[in-house]
Design a protein around this ligand. Structure first.
Ligand SMILES: Nc1ncnc2c1ncn2[C@@H]1O[C@H](COP(=O)(O)OP(=O)(O)O)[C@@H](O)[C@H]1O
Ligand SMILES: [Mg+2]
Length: 388
């Protein structure tokens, strides 16, 4: 069953796709040890780690050990851990170290701290009710609590609502006052999407969360969706708008409508990372055949665009169907993107936090959901290659 290949005569492909690692690990390690050459592991075109000869390890660097078999069985978790803690592993076989696993150097490390570009993320799934808005607001809040490794200050987070239904805007308490500017089209991304000569909207402060800045949405945005598809050059305008926000935010998170229409495409064309929430139902994975097609089209504006993670929410481990959805993601879609640890279905907690216009970590700080949300935040940072 295992597909075996020996590299003694012919070198392995470099980079080696992550999906091939399980089958080829013993031979790859033999190759590295025998030739003293290193091999890069890539996931969906992005380098994620390197297998190097032991002699390449810097002399005073702390390392950890991992048995080859365990590395193979816990591949994604090990790579995530490696990229979060950035401490190399020595890989052992029958207790003897044979090669090492090291993280990829972040490309902009030497760059001046304050010029680091914002991490741009869209949360997208064509299927409604998959957890997009919940993930945007919960993860956005947790990211804003964390220290940015580059600036040493708290992350400056901008949330952008591009769904005409305005659930994120309502959720953040910006719609409750009928005189709020959030009800105007000029406060949304709408005018700029039609005409990039317009001044970008001024981000608002969320009523209950002074640490979050928001560009709201409202139902007036729905008419833009159709015009964008007719004039498809305008799909790139949101990206231009974010360029104007560079330097003011460390992380920009965009909540999208449940479609692959103009607004969703404008959002994807503005970012580098897509997170796809999956609410443990087959419905929320059944449109996945369109994902790659839409991503490829949006790369016209956003050349580095990729799906960086699936985020499983509303998960009930006692239900077969939910476990099957998780298994499908881990087995069939792992080449597209890794999947985070699941967020358990806790209707009362999530709905009460929503109705109270707050987030779970503020509403029920001791609830186990908070630990899961923090865990998923760590994993997402690792998957996006930015560490915790
Ligand atoms: N982990 C969870 N457990 C239970 N309910 C959840 C969970 N995550 C989200 N929900 C609920 O699922 C519903 C849909 O979520 P939402 O984020 O609005 O999806 P979308 O933005 O994709 O339409 C909301 O009522 C939300 O409170
Ligand atoms: Mg939503």
């Amino acid at each position: 069953m295992t597909h075996k290949k020996r590299f003694s005569d012919e070198p392995p492909p470099n980079p080696v796709p992550l999906r091939d690692i399980r089958a080829q690990l013993p031979d790859l390690l033999d190759y590295v040890a025998a030739t003293q050459h290193s091999v890069t592991i890539s996931n969906y075109g992005t380098p994620v780690a390197r297998l190097v000869p032991l002699s390449d390890l810097p002399p005073n660097q702390p390392t950890r050990s991992i048995a080859m078999r365990r590395f193979r069985d816990e591949l994604t978790a090990t790579l995530w851990d490696l990229n979060t803690h950035r401490e190399p592993y020595q890989i052992t076989h029958y207790t003897a170290p044979i090669a090492a696993l090291i993280p990829i150097d972040p490309p902009d490390r030497q760059e001046s701290p304050m010029t680091s570009p914002a991490l741009r993320i869209a949360i997208w799934n064509e299927s409604g009710g998959s957890g997009k808005t919940t993930i945007a607001v919960e993860i956005g809040y947790l990211l804003a609590q964390r220290t940015n490794p580059v600036t040493g200050d708290r992350n400056r987070v901008l949330l952008i609502d591009t769904d005409p239904q305005g659930s994120l805007t309502r959720r953040l308490g910006l719609m409750d006052d009928p005189t709020s500017p959030a009800h105007r089209i000029s406060s949304t991304v709408g005018n700029y999407l039609n005409d990039p000569e317009e001044t970008p909207p001024t981000p608002m402060t969320a009523t209950n969360f002074p640490e979050l800045q928001v560009i709201p949405s409202n139902n007036k945005l729905s008419k833009i969706d159709a015009t964008l598809l007719m004039n498809d050059e305008d799909i790139g305008n949101l990206r231009k708008m974010l360029d104007q926000f560079e330097g003011r935010f460390d992380i920009i998170l965009i909540d999208t409508p449940p479609s692959r229409g103009g607004l969703a495409r404008a959002a994807l064309s503005a970012v580098d990372h897509i997170l796809i929430p999956v609410n443990s139902s087959m419905k929320s994975i059944e449109n996945f055949n369109h994902v790659l097609e839409v991503v490829a089209q949006c790369r016209r504006f956003s050349p580095k665009l990729k799906v960086s993670a699936f985020v499983v929410t509303s998960f009930n481990k006692a239900v077969n169907h939910d476990r099957e959805v998780l298994q499908i993601l881990n087995e069939h879609y792992v080449e597209l993107a890794p999947t985070t640890s699941p967020i358990t279905n806790r209707k009362a907690v999530f709905n009460d936090a929503m109705i109270s216009r707050t987030v779970v970590p503020c509403w029920k700080p001791k609830d186990p959901a908070v630990r899961e949300l923090n865990q998923v935040t760590d994993e997402l940072l690792g998957f996006m290659g930015v560490g915790a």
